[in-house]
Design a protein around this ligand. Sequence first.
Ligand code: SAM
Length: 472
Amino acid sequence: MYDVKSMKAEEFINHEEILDTLKFADEHKNDREMIEQIIEKASQYKGLTHREASVLLACEDEELNRKVCQLAEQIKKDFYGNRIVMFAPLYLSNYCVNGCTYCPYHMKNKHIARKKLTQDEIRAEVIALQDMGHKRLAIEAGEDPVNNPIEYILESIKTIYSIHHKNGDIRRVNVNIAATTVENYRKLKDAGIGTYILFQETYHKESYEKLHPTGPKHNYAYHTEAMDRAMEGGIDDVGLGVLFGLELYRYEFAGLLMHAEHLEAVQGVGPHTISVPRIKHADDIDPTAFDNSISDEIFEKIIACIRVSVPYTGMIISTRESEQVREKALRLGISQISGGSRTSVGGYTEEERPHDTEQFDVSDQRTLDEVVKWLMEGDFIPSFCTACYRAGRTGDRFMQLCKSRQILNCCHPNALMTLQEYLEDYASPETKSVGEKLIQAELSNIPNEKVRTKTIEYLAKIKEGGERDFRF
Ligand code: SAM
């Protein structure tokens, strides 16, 4: 039976409840009155239930769908402004004991080269990432208790935080590793991680078990209940996601929102981020073998519907998506993107993009500098800010900042200052000139006069005094 507060996977992500939800959505997909009421509720920024959100996703009326997209753009502007947080993935190891049928790291793949970075190799990768300008990483690893035990992950995090090359500095390490124990989550928390990210892949239990035929990841309940264990271990910020293409997207969408509702109900705070990866070609993986792939139009609709349903949750899009898709997605609600990514183990220290250990093909192959310039030309502010988590504004404290609309007096100046650092230390001359103008123009959008004056002072210290790492 469905119970949002249950700690059992099959009760808080309940199959019958999802089927009923989809039936309800089908019955009301042309119910103008109901859809307008749902849009009206969402426009008060209170979020939507999985049922309401599923009706919006099913809606076939063009005009109403346009309204949902407009509202998504408005919510994006009101909560997140035009800032886009930048990050890069760092692949530590592709050793894996699981049998995930969509991932080239699956155990039976004898063709892919297996590699695990040593601490010295991690140092080299981190220096390469710092030299690009990155301040925030998401570390990635396959699941392998012998090759990649938690001690290896913890040591790697320590190494990453310890490296300060020139003005470089990794200030936030997010972690995307397999579901683990409360004890291990506590160790990750103590190591100073930012968000713990774990994609559900699919919320459909039967499909999940088929897609993960072997290895510890086969256990649906253990995987689905991981975020509760992470929070029990003291991690405030968790990142959800499904791998679109594996199952019917409407099923996944309902499951994703039910998961967010569960975390809010039980832990008192919803997910910090939601990622929207789509399955891609990789080594021995052919994405057409999975017949639930979604068009770009549906993908954009999903992003807009997530945006209006969970207005306080950040949304992440990776370089799995092309420049064109990312452009639209940014306007509809994405608040964080990766740039200059390499999805191979040890890829950042190679001159040419290596493919032999790659997890998936990267669609957006531009450099970080090109992505930064492109964002600014589209009137977005690329932000390298990591202040919230370093100032202890995680979990519900971050949500409070969001809800009290203080973001413009806090995140906005922080974004401008970290962008200024990027321009000074890493940008090409063309990017620098676009950025200088943008920062000047954006200063006037800081409402609080004292904060504005302080920001101008800090910006001068960054430019002229060579000082770094100011934050509100
Ligand atoms: N191994 C970890 C786990 O079990 O959750 C997570 C790390 S894995 C490197 C990160 C994510 O990449 C996976 O959760 C999956 O959603 C995604 N992924 C795997 N194969 C993919 C593919 N062929 N195309 C796109 N994304 C893929």
